[in-house]
Design a protein. Structure first.
Length: 51
């Protein structure tokens, strides 16, 4: 039934493996409240100002 998930090259499996590999880094904002959930401030600083 779920043979497509077990395929080594399937996108869902690759996503799951990456989430398992980087779980602490991905969810760091839940443990350290100084880490922002998003990077909108950085994106606004980098983006060119409209004239």
């Amino acid at each position: 039934m779920f043979n497509w998930v077990l395929n080594k090259n399937s996108k869902p499996l690759q996503l799951l493996l990456k989430l398992q590999q980087y779980d602490i880094k991905i969810l760091a904002f839940m443990y350290d409240f100084y880490i922002l959930f998003d990077n909108n401030l950085v994106e606004r600083d980098i983006r060119m100002q409209k004239l």
